[in-house]
Design a protein around this ligand. Structure first.
Ligand SMILES: C[S@@+](CC[C@H](N)C(=O)[O-])C[C@H]1O[C@@H](n2cnc3c(N)ncnc32)[C@H](O)[C@@H]1O
Length: 309
């Protein structure tokens, strides 16, 4: 049975999947550039990427009415191409090309930071092969954030969208504070399950309690009695830094006892941000789905099966 959310999701995944995208010729070119370099993804990742694609669309359309200059800043950019883990090789464009291809006409400047030098070099080659322009920073985002902020501050009336997509607990609160204190929209991946594991285990791997202090800016995470408290505490910390913040979190769910949240942060606007309604609807659609549905939808999209299991 096709339930709510699935036709919507199928349509959204097609917009970023190599063989169905409106940009399939461009995607072929970038995929053929250093064809063996890509980020690998689990089947919940397309939920995140479709939410980014959708959110960018809404934000850029709204910003278009008020701002001439619009910056897209991606601090954990990856290689530009994502490939599924598992038996099939399904390719989706990564966040840099979601912005560069699907939203090229809406944004005027692009900033990509990626600490893996191979990924960053390949991303640069892929952007160049399409004759597009972007600023690349092949290093830890912490070393370059000030430079990026200075660059975007040159135009006081620019619109700024930050995508912050770490694997785990890498994004430090002192950088978050800088971003919250300029006029910006932010979409950040909050790895709830990994963070909770760090609370419980104080891992020696670098994901221990020190990493939590860095992520939250203090030891407020210690107030979490259950996993669900973590995002409430993080949101509260955001509100302390940006008092007019409007925060919407969307749960990305796996059937493998794993989940995380995408937190979207904007500024309060008149009438309770009515322009956010499409993003609120997208949240519902995303939360009605899981990695298993994505896997079946990719089978349908790639014509390996005709109906959902
Ligand atoms: C989840 S992946 C990002 C995927 C990408 N946003 C996409 O949608 O295709 C995280 C990326 O961040 C990079 N990374 C990890 N730590 C980093 C850091 N401190 N600064 C910049 N990039 C980092 C990793 O090499 C990896 O490619």
């Amino acid at each position: 049975m096709i339930t709510k959310g699935r036709p919507w999701l199928q349509k959204q995944i097609k917009k970023i999947e190599e063989t169905n995208s409106n940009f399939k010729d461009d995607i072929k070119k970038i995929k053929d550039t250093e064809a063996d370099i890509f980020n690998e993804f689990n089947h919940w990742t397309p939920l995140k990427l479709t939410f980014l694609n959708f959110t960018l669309d809404v934000c850029a359309i709204v910003a278009n009415k008020r701002f001439e200059k619009k910056n897209y800043i991606d601090l954990f950019a990856g290689s530009g191409i994502n490939k599924t883990k598992g038996k099939y090789n399904d390719f989706l464009i990564g966040s840099p090309f979601i912005a560069l291809l699907n939203h090229s006409k809406k944004f005027t400047q692009f900033f990509f930071c990626e600490s893996n030098t191979t990924f960053c070099d390949v991303l640069k080659k892929r952007v160049n092969v399409l004759g597009l322009n972007a600023n690349f920073y092949s290093t830890n985002y912490e070393y370059k954030l000030d430079e990026i902020l200075n660059e975007i501050a040159k135009d006081k009336k620019s619109y700024n969208f930050f995508f912050i997509d770490p694997y785990g607990l890498e994004f430090s609160w002192h950088c978050m504070k800088k971003i919250l204190n300029i006029r910006s929209d932010v979409l950040i991946t909050f790895m709830t399950r990994n963070i909770w594991r760090s609370v419980k285990t104080d891992e020696a791997t670098g994901n221990g309690h020190n990493a939590l202090n860095r992520l939250f800016g203090d030891d407020s995470w210690k107030k979490a009695n259950i996993e669900e408290d973590l995002i409430k505490i993080y949101k509260n910390n955001i509100l302390k830094e940006r008092s007019d913040a409007v925060i919407l979190s969307t749960k990305i769910k796996s059937t493998k006892n794993f989940h995380y949240e995408m937190i979207f942060i904007t500024h309060k606007t008149e009438g309770d941000n009515p322009w956010l309604n499409p993003i609120r609807q997208a949240k519902e659609e995303i939360e009605n789905n899981t990695d298993e549905v994505v896997e079946s939808l990719l089978d349908i999209i790639k014509k390996r099966q005709t109906t959902l299991c």
